[in-house]
Design a protein around this ligand. Structure first.
Ligand code: ZN
Length: 253
């Protein structure tokens, strides 16, 4: 039977005792799966079917021919990321990353890179008390979008490909896909040199480095708002989890 590793992107109750999950799995990508009896007995799935947990599972194709639904017959916890429960902002960022994958990843197109990226971002958020959750949200978010074919261009003009000069402010156009140089028409958002450089740093360094780099609060707010606009334009949808995350992070100051 096909064993896979999975993360829960969303879950809804179904009938009296079942739950239906949107999962991101390493082998199958984004799929829907039903866990029969999951609401009646949590023992059956070893308590593994929790938000932000990484678990191993056996997935079978549903017998109903046209349905794309898989059946989750068991689940064994690999990592529960329990540290997330201690901090509202970290929980908010984790929720945002899962919603971003849910909205941006195409169904049934597995990417081990995307899966591993999500797993390591959740683990960092849960266990690394020294990192900045706001930095991590953008650093991991930029990579998730790139893996889903929606890369936000911050190092080069999205129209002509010219490298963005270091230490300068830049124009940004969310609809056109990122930074646009002045000869190509610029854009409605002006990113000052500090915010532009921070975006470049987060998109070109490992997530862990980005999560630990120093970004002042005003710059991070500006970056969050720019990133929010970008996601909204690209997905044609406002992500509630990102709005929530920005509210919590504003209150934490
Ligand atoms: Zn250009």
């Amino acid at each position: 039977m096909p064993v896979d590793t999975a993360l829960i992107l969303r879950s809804v109750n179904y009938r009296e005792s079942d739950r239906i999950f949107t999962l991101y799995t390493r082998e199958l990508g984004k799929i829907s799966a039903i866990a029969k009896g999951a609401r009646k007995s949590s023992k059956r799935f070893g308590g593994a079917l929790q938000p932000f947990a990484v678990f191993e599972t056996t997935l079978n194709q549903s017998r109903r021919g046209s349905s794309h639904m898989h059946v989750l017959s068991d689940a064994a916890l690999i990592c529960d990321n329990a540290g997330l429960g201690k901090d509202l902002l970290r929980l908010g960022v984790a929720g945002f990353l899962m919603e971003l994958i849910r909205e941006a990843a195409p169904e049934h197109e597995p990417s081990a890179t995307l899966f591993d990226l999500a797993v390591s971002a959740l683990k960092l958020l849960s266990d690394d008390l020294a990192l900045s959750p706001g930095n991590l949200a953008i650093a991991a978010g930029l990579r998730i979008l790139a893996q889903c074919g929606l890369a936000m261009s911050v190092t080069h003009c999205t129209a002509c490909g010219t490298a963005v000069p270091a230490g300068k402010s830049v124009y940004f156009d969310a609809l056109r896909g990122g930074v646009v140089c002045t000869p190509c028409g610029g854009g409605p958002i002006l990113l000052d040199a500090t915010a532009a450089a921070a975006f470049v740093y987060l998109s070109t360094h490992p997530i862990e480095d980005g999560a630990h780099c120093k970004i002042d609060t005003d710059t991070l707010r500006k970056m969050e708002s720019t990133f929010d606009t970008y996601i909204h334009m690209q997905l044609e949808k406002q992500l509630k989890t990102f709005t929530y995350m920005m509210q919590v992070s504003g209150k934490n100051q």
